[in-house]
Design a protein around this ligand. Structure first.
Ligand code: GAR
Length: 227
């Protein structure tokens, strides 16, 4: 179990710090915590006080905070309170893990290049809500998930990693969502491992992944394993 939000076994002093934003269940946050990455999780913050993920975070010794968006009269006021709460933890990276509030341009600008998100589709297709339902309605044969840096456009930005899953003839929204979520739980910790190892390079609108030490997995291997 992590102590003091510290999530890795070996490194301590040089570990980068992340803050995770959630809105609900928090299964991606859980996958990140359980991956025991060489990162310090400074806090988990939810815009919903009843988010199940907050209970998990507290049970695992993490700082867990709620900033209820319903208590603010405007999006800008909420964004400002959220940004202030995040800044107190001085994160190197802000990790959106099922955070379901649209963030304003000022907030996104403040964390530009330091904010990452996971989305349940192969972006740039199916940004927004109900991605699995829309994938089934369109009859696509391949669906998946994307980890990307956040820009002011909704569910859009330089792509770090994607994982694809087949859409099977008998799939419904639930079975497809389950298959995609399984991949989300693999690719988000991997993307954050690359970040922890200083291997992510934002190059214009694209992300380059610097080679790791011998034996580390690269994205091509991961995608093949996912198919
Ligand atoms: C995940 O499927 C994530 O990709 C999605 O919400 C779910 C959260 O689940 N995020 C978005 O749709 C963002 N546009 P979780 O709370 O169990 O991690």
């Amino acid at each position: 179990m992590p102590r003091d939000g510290y999530n890795g076994a070996m490194e301590s002093i040089a570990a980068k710090t992340i803050v995770i934003l959630i809105s609900g269940r928090g299964s991606n946050m859980q996958a990140i915590v359980e991956a025991r990455l060489p990162l310090r999780v400074a806090a988990v913050i939810s815009n919903r006080p009843d988010a199940a993920g907050l209970a998990y975070a507290r049970e695992h010794g993490l700082v867990a905070e709620a900033i209820d968006h319903r208590e603010f009269s405007s999006r800008d006021d909420f964004d400002a309170a959220l940004a202030a709460a995040i800044d107190r933890h001085r994160p190197d990276l802000l990790v959106l893990a099922g955070f379901m509030r649209i963030l304003g341009d000022a907030f996104v600008g403040r964390f530009a290049g330091r904010m990452i998100n996971i989305h349940p589709s192969l972006l740039p297709v199916f940004p927004g809500l109900h991605t699995h339902r829309r994938a089934l309605a369109e009859g696509v044969k391949v669906h998946g998930a994307t980890v990307h840096f956040v820009t002011p456009s909704l569910d859009h930005g330089p792509i770090v990693i994607q994982a694809a899953v087949p859409v099977l003839p008998d799939d419904d929204e639930a079975t497809l969502a389950e298959r995609v979520l399984e991949q989300e739980h693999r690719i988000y910790p991997l993307a954050l491992r690359w970040f922890a190892e200083d291997r992510l390079v934002l190059d214009g609108g694209r992300v380059r992944i610097k080679p790791g030490h011998a034996g580390s997995r690269d994205s091509a291997q991961l995608l093949m394993a996912a198919s």
